[in-house]
Design a protein around this ligand. Structure first.
Ligand SMILES: [Zn+2]
Ligand SMILES: [Zn+2]
Length: 352
């Protein structure tokens, strides 16, 4: 099979001819039908996360080994099933939940494999979907997509479940007041669409790019704000009668986290999802005096993936712009994403 791999951090992915894996034990082999290109693939291929102040967290420190086949938004057709893999058969089309843990620690046992201390995520710690075939270790990670088109369903594996999980953390305020979404890229538009079908009251979307703001407006944002405007926080405070109850920061830079905190009302919550990087300094008395919460949200759990797919079955797919490209164009797709040229999601299709 042909796979596209990070062989050296910061360099283009390289095509490798590898033996097609065999499905043993509980494993299931998928022929990849669609593989979404995610912003975090840029961090993975760069080889580090920016911690601010000139500090970096390298992939080696996170335990990621090269060469690595990336790709964590995958849909495939089952082509082989191990003798102990129950509940799937050859020919089934499945979404692969990529956020795997060890499966046996207390965190995994309670269902939060995405938060396991020894993560084994597809396309990060084990080979992912930028490949003709994808080996999934257990059928519990496979979700029936019914008759959803594979390229449209693939983004649910990361951008879908990530924004679903962040939106759940908003709690009861989701239905009663507008939330703020910072970032109108693939994640932002997904978040906006899911917020609606989850019963959200409305969303103010922030982006520094006018084209992305226009896309958010088109997709139903009640208001868009230029994040680079000096009065961006004041605009949000004015539009929310004194501040937002919840801000979901899908960028996660020093500037956006600062904007998020400055936009909150007393008792409000800033949920940081994005991994752009940086740091902020916050005087500690602000936390008790304003009773604010700063919370991180990392991808989503198996339970949340199941809930999300159930929601999609009831409400239909989010109307997220999805463009498909042949898998062989993976480097060009990553370059376009890095240059901010992608509206919505690019999904790679092997053999195309
Ligand atoms: Zn992702
Ligand atoms: Zn675990």
């Amino acid at each position: 099979m042909r796979s596209f791999q990070v062989c050296q951090c910061g360099a283009p992915l390289q095509a490798a001819e590898l033996p097609t894996p065999k499905a043993a034990g509980s494993e299931v082999l998928l022929k990849v039908l669609a593989a979404g290109v995610c912003h975090s693939d840029l961090h993975i291929s760069d080889g580090y996360f920016d911690l601010g102040g000139g500090k970096r967290l390298t992939l080696a420190e996170r335990g990621i080994k090269l060469p690595l086949t990336m790709g964590h938004e995958s849909v495939g057709e089952v082509v082989a099933v191990g003798p102990d893999a129950a509940g799937v058969k050859v020919g089934d089309r499945r979404l692969a939940h990529p956020w795997m843990g060890c499966g046996s620690c207390a965190v995994c046992k309670r269902g939060d494999e995405n938060l396991c201390r020894t993560p084994a995520s597809l396309g990060v710690f084990r080979p992912g979907g930028y490949s003709d075939f994808l080996l999934v270790p257990h059928p519990r990670y496979l979700f029936d997509i019914g008759d959803l088109p594979p390229a449209k369903a693939a983004p649910l594996a990361c951008s879908g479940v990530t924004t679903y999980s962040a939106l759940k953390k908003v709690g009861a305020a989701l239905a009663s007041e507008p939330i703020v979404i910072i970032g109108a890229g693939g994640l932002g538009l997904m978040c906006l669409a899911l917020h609606k079908v989850m019963g959200g009251k409305g969303a103010i979307v922030v982006d520094i790019d006018p084209a992305k703001r226009a896309a958010a407006k088109e997709a139903g944002a009640q208001m868009v704000v230029d994040g680079s405007a000096p009065d961006a926080a004041q605009q949000i405070v004015a539009a929310t009668n004194g501040g937002a109850g919840a801000v979901i920061d899908l960028v996660g830079s020093s500037a956006t986290a600062r904007l998020g905190l400055d936009s909150l009302i007393k008792g409000g919550k800033l949920i940081i999802v994005g991994l752009f990087g940086g740091d902020i300094t916050v005087p500690l008395p602000v936390f008790p005096m304003r009773a604010i919460t700063l919370q991180g949200s990392y991808v989503g759990s198996l339970t949340e993936m199941a809930e999300l797919l159930e929601l999609i079955r009831r409400t239909g797919l989010p109307p997220l712009p999805v463009a498909t490209r042949p898998l062989a164009e993976v480097n060009a797709a990553l370059d376009d994403l890095r240059a901010g040229k992608v509206l919505g999601r690019v999904v790679l299709v092997p053999g195309g």
